[in-house]
Design a protein around this ligand. Sequence first.
Ligand SMILES: Nc1ncnc2c1ncn2[C@@H]1O[C@H](COP(=O)(O)OP(=O)(O)O)[C@@H](O)[C@H]1O
Ligand SMILES: [Mg+2]
Length: 280
Amino acid sequence: MLFFFLLLPIFFHLGCVIYFHFGETFKPRQFEHGFKKSYSTVVAGLDYSQLDSALCQRFTYLGRGLQMTAFISEDGNYVLKFFHPRIPLKSNWYLNWKNWKRTYSLKWISTNWFQTGRRLEKMFNRLKIAYSVLRDETGLVFIHLAPSDRVNHFVHVIDKQGKAHLMNLNQTPFVLQKKAMIASDYLDQLANENRVDELKEAITLIEQLFAKRLKLGITDPNQNMDINYGFVDGRPIQIDVGRIRSEPILLIEPEEEQKRILDNFHKWLSNRYSAKGLEK
Ligand SMILES: Nc1ncnc2c1ncn2[C@@H]1O[C@H](COP(=O)(O)OP(=O)(O)O)[C@@H](O)[C@H]1O
Ligand SMILES: [Mg+2]
């Protein structure tokens, strides 16, 4: 009997983990967080000009990361992204013992259960930086991080299972971004079609994006071309700014970070396209 009572919290925790973090069912009300004071972030100079034309369209499920679920507009030009209320678990998380261990760690419990506001606050701040100083480099069209009378749209979204939902955007933090072609797909396409000069040009443009970011004292721990970067009309954008950070020291001493980023990028390139004569 005592044994049973000792196990009860463990089973309770497991139940909560599965109920709140697992599964791909999209429930609009979970994403209509509203804007709590602790993370609501006012952004100066918001450009509302494309909101009406973008949001009168229907959006269909596109993809999902740890922080956001993304939907693509009917015309294929925009992506609308909503912030997960809690970090989701990947569909086969239970196959790996390490994931079980992680979900029972104090760090995981504290981040996922007691610091959800803090997580959103960090993300909102990073998006604010990106929108303010890297708008072209991130393809951001609009970010809704604080309540606004001017955002009172209702939008139809079709989830991964094909089910339609009506979302009240007035109560929903969101990101509206240009739809990009994932960077590795774009570079692969140029490589496969033997468009070597365009491939070299695309690579130079990505390097310029890194350089521009560093010049502003901003960097990112990793540059994943397979999921977090893309191309829009032949120009690169950073799709996912969820881990950028602003470090004033980079304004004075960018060299080491620049080397780290370029070395990683060049290693990735040479593994992938060494046969295309890209060696410098
Ligand atoms: N602007 C976009 N263009 C094309 N695909 C996108 C865009 N934004 C998001 N996606 C897709 O949705 C996924 C999740 O979006 P992302 O912004 O990376 O969220 P997270 O911060 O949760 O990783 C991306 O890996 C990508 O496949
Ligand atoms: Mg991502």
